[in-house]
Design a protein around this ligand. Sequence first.
Ligand code: ADP
Length: 270
Amino acid sequence: MAKNTFEAPNLSVEDLSKALYETSIHLQQANEKLRMQEKERLEFYANISHDLRAPMTAICNTIEYLESTDQLSPEEFKTTLSLLKNRTQYMKSLINDIFLLSSLESSNDKFHPEPVDVCFFLEDYFYSCEADSSYEQCELSLHIAEDLSVASPTLQLDPHLMQRVLDNLFSNAVKYSDETPYISLSAAFSSPKEITLCVEDHGLGISEEALPRIFDRSYRVDSSRTPGEDSGSGFGLSIVKTIIEHHGGSVRCESTLGTGTRFLLTLPLT
Ligand code: ADP
């Protein structure tokens, strides 16, 4: 039977202590990263619990109110029902978003890329928005750079998830605008191997302090926001970021308070 032999590495004590020191630095960094992730995870659960509790309490209170009174006018009854409907719709969208976000983060089951002609996809999306009554008060514009239009490249995209991305950016552009919302969708080559899509609005803008955190799952610009007819789940931009990263791309935001916001989505050409 062959004997196991151990060959001492040809390293000096200095080399070994340097390697040990570098390993301990890496371990410390990994530890810190884990600590931050754990903190983010706890904040995420605290936020979900808070966000679910608020509409749930409102629903319970409304039901108790309905139980305790038998003298509601038809008008009051209608208003109360519409309140219940809003709260339940908000909860439904919140639960759907949490489910989508966690499925995207835990596996690739929800990600179904296929070859998609990007110019055709953007035009199709844009014209469907023009026909959509949610955008009838908006000024919409589409610009596809000429060289992109001529090349008309095919990208590996999940069309449903990409539509979700654009829906989120378009609906935010409307939600965070005071006057007639302006939304521009544009696309161009940002390098020979990348395409950048841009969704721009002339709305309220985002403050410098808030900007670096808007994609965090646990962050809201306005933390006192209460669910109402127009409020989203607060997970929209985290979902946008997660979807774009699944496509091997990246997303960034440029914004000036009172002037407007621009979301830039960079996608690799495959
Ligand atoms: P939600 O809109 O449901 O709060 P999002 O994740 O979509 O959640 O957005 C996070 C925050 O970023 C919003 O609360 C809002 O303050 C800010 N934001 C997003 N898009 C825009 C925009 N186009 N203009 C101004 N603020 C925006």
